[in-house]
Ligand binder design. Structure first.
Ligand code: AMO
Length: 428
């Protein structure tokens, strides 16, 4: 008999369910199991005297074992769980569990050692259903807007943007690196005439950061498109994209997100507020923050947090685009106008979720900007992309794990990633 999902059971119809034993209670005359699959859970009720074979089959079974149960669901007003119970004719234990090595309330690092068990909880599986809904919506929006999905290599011959935070790997008798961004290849797609592309893939950063929002491997969602007039076109696309995807998540999961994570999915309004970096600093000092002159050249962690407060106080918005960073702090490939990089960071709920820019597509200027930053051989192959005609273009990169963490008000990126990778964590 084919397996039926628990939430699709039809009362009184002979069916087979398969799932985890969430609870196992063995009393004098009765055995009660709560069986859970990805769709829901149901109580399985066994009268011991009537079902000696089932009692035998369940001998030694404890919670977290996996069972296959044939029988039928019946409406029963006495059952607390949804007024339905499952009366079995046959039970098979397809996998016996040992006692779990971690408790629900163990700290996150212990839980990560046994991530597959940690992920079994309804809350944790929900995080990934929501993430899947969100990425699917990003894809849907982009495919509907003439974007092509591409897959760029993650093994690369030279460091992608700057040599500092790349992982080196042995590549036969040579050195290779793990891509810290698809940046160069998404721009290559522009030089190849793809016009509009996106990629969802792993991003590797050899950063020794121990914060709640840094990982050494994370999921990036990168976008690049041609024939823009300025980075305002890039910002505008990002606004539309985020509004679309957050609306989808809210429609499908808004209520349960409020129940389980205690937070609301707020659909932002367009345009999102934007401010120049220097103006941000003039405002946030009013909150009592005392940045050094060096701090003011970039957004410090403290400043990012205050940007959230500022966005709410000044604009009643959760997002803020920050523009006009000094050129020393931005990548060499950002186009500059009057010396000002034509790019931005997007801050949501106090954390940077995106960097974006119009790119410099003019070979000579790009070459000079690379040289200024001391980048030579490493970017030689990349500069070639701009020699044989390349449309004006721009794009941005979203940190998916950070977005999910912020959306669900989760404390650490460790929980938002399926498997977290950090300086001290490479297993399981
Ligand atoms: P950037 O380096 O800002 O830009 O990365 C883009 C976004 O990726 C996320 N992110 C991280 N998430 C988790 N752990 C990390 N260590 C980490 N580092 C970055 C952030 C960030 O905003 N090539 C450019 C993008 C572009 O211009 O298109 C880039 O990589 O959310």
């Amino acid at each position: 008999m084919q397996r039926t999902y628990i939430n699709e059971l039809v009362p009184e119809k002979e069916s087979k369910i398969m799932g985890w034993v969430e609870k196992f209670r063995d009393s004098k005359y009765m055995i009660f199991l709560v069986v859970r699959d990805i769709s829901g859970k149901i109580q399985v009720t066994i009268e011991k005297e009537k079902m000696p074979e089932i009692v035998e089959a369940l001998k030694g079974t404890i919670a977290n074992s996996v069972v296959s149960v044939t029988g039928k669901s019946v409406i029963s007003e006495y059952v607390k769980m949804g007024g339905v119970e499952f009366i079995p004719t046959k039970v098979e234990v397809t996998s016996h569990a040992e006692a779990l090595p971690i408790m629900d309330n163990a700290n996150i690092d212990n839980r990560l050692d046994y991530r597959w068990i940690d992920l079994r909880s309804e809350r944790n599986i929900l995080i990934f259903k929501i993430q899947s809904c969100f990425t699917n919506a990003l894809r849907e929006f982009l495919l509907n807007n003439k974007f092509i999905e591409i897959h760029t290599p993650k093994l690369i011959g030279t460091a992608s943007e700057s040599g500092s935070d790349v992982f080196e790997v042995k590549y036969f008798d040579k050195k290779a690196y793990l891509a810290q961004s698809p940046q160069f290849y998404k721009q290559m797609a522009m030089a190849a005439g793809f016009e509009r592309i996106f990629e969802s893939g792993p991003v590797f950063r050899a950063e020794q950061s121990y914060t709640n929002r840094h990982a050494t491997e994370f999921s990036g969602f990168d976008i690049e498109f041609s024939y823009i007039e300025s980075f305002e076109d890039v910002i505008s696309l990002e606004e539309d994209l985020l509004i679309y995807a957050l609306t989808k998540v809210k429609q499908e999961y808004g209520e349960i997100i409020e129940q389980v994570f205690g937070t609301q999915v707020i659909i932002p309004t367009k345009p999102f507020p934007r401010m120049k970096l220097a103006d941000v600093y003039s405002e946030i000092v009013k909150y009592g923050y005392k940045p050094t002159d060096e701090d003011k050249l970039d957004l410090s962690t403290e400043a990012e947090k205050l940007v959230y407060k500022l966005a709410k106080d000044k604009f009643n918005h959760e997002f803020m685009f920050i523009t006009d960073y000094p050129k020393d702090k931005r990548a060499f490939y950002h186009m500059r106008k009057n010396g000002v990089p034509q790019g931005y960071d997007l801050i949501w709920r106090g954390v940077e979720i995106t960097t974006g820019a119009q790119r410099e597509h003019r070979y000579e200027i790009l070459k000079q900007q690379a040289e200024e930053k001391g980048l030579g051989e490493d970017v030689k192959f990349y500069l070639e992309f701009f020699k044989y005609g390349c449309p004006p273009h721009g794009g941005f990169g979203l940190g998916l794990d950070r977005i999910i963490m912020l959306m669900l008000n989760i404390q650490s990126i460790k929980e938002a990633e399926f498997i977290f990778r950090g300086p001290n964590r490479i297993n399981p």
